[in-house]
Design a protein around this ligand. Structure first.
Ligand code: GTP
Ligand code: MG
Length: 207
């Protein structure tokens, strides 16, 4: 993957619009305003491709981006934003749950938490769910530019402890502003570049 070709496949608002097919899905989950869309933009080197907003709770759709024809990047709606109505919260919660329930191609989940805070109850639920589901996941601590290097380091230790992560689960400090952590994330996404394997897997004729 060279991260050059990216297109919005669909902004799904109901489960019948989940994409399906057989491409691996790399999912971005996290509470509203944590920086999911900003991270996707930074990784793709685009300005405002995945829509970002200073008004939390804007992305109520599940956005599928097709990257280099290889993988779907899936931008989930933010969970746990206090100011949306209870009813809206419930609907979004069910929608996110449905995504996990009915998506068979989830290859990896990036679980985003804010580096400045203790993980919220919703963050704990999300990570608890991921552990129980057995889905591979990586924790990303966002907005690292807002802390000093020392404070950021301490926060990574704290996040790992609070979320009770095993040593195998990476925690990556990321900043959409400085690009810290971008290379590491790209390296992880690149592991799902199956083009070579697909080509190699084509049966060879005998003659
Ligand atoms: N300083 C700083 N600000 C950031 C960073 N990432 C995101 N932001 C800001 O945080 C706000 C929310 O970012 P989004 O990327 O829209 O967050 P989101 O998780 O997609 O939010 P929802 O779509 O509502 O779930 C915006 O004002 C961003 O500019 C970062 O790494 N550093
Ligand atoms: Mg967003």
């Amino acid at each position: 993957m060279n991260f050059h070709k990216v297109e919005l496949v669909i902004s799904a608002v109901k489960k019948s619009q989940f994409v399906g097919g057989d491409l691996p899905e790399i999912v971005f989950a996290g509470r509203s305003n944590v920086g999911k869309s900003s991270l996707i933009n930074k990784v793709l080197n685009r300005k405002n491709f995945a829509r970002t907003s200073s008004t939390p709770g804007k992305t109520a759709t599940i956005n599928y981006y097709l990257l280099d024809g290889c993988v779907h990047l899936v931008d989930l709606p933010g969970y746990g934003f206090a100011k949306v109505s209870k009813e809206k919260k419930r609907t979004w919660g069910v929608f996110i749950e449905d995504y996990f329930k009915f998506s068979e191609n989830i290859a990896l989940v990036f679980s985003l938490v804010d580096i400045r805070h203790d993980p919220s109850a919703d963050d704990m639920d999300m990570v608890g769910f991921l552990k129980a589901s057995g889905l591979p996941f990586v924790v990303i601590a966002t907005k690292s530019d807002k802390l000093s290097k020392t404070a950021a380091g301490e926060s990574l230790v704290n996040i790992r402890k609070k979320l009770e992560l095993s040593d195998e689960t990476p925690v990556i400090a990321f900043s959409a502003k400085t690009g810290q952590g971008r290379d590491e994330i790209i390296e992880i996404i690149n592991k799902f570049d199956n083009k070579t394997e697909v080509k190699d897997a084509v049966p060879q004729s005998d003659d």
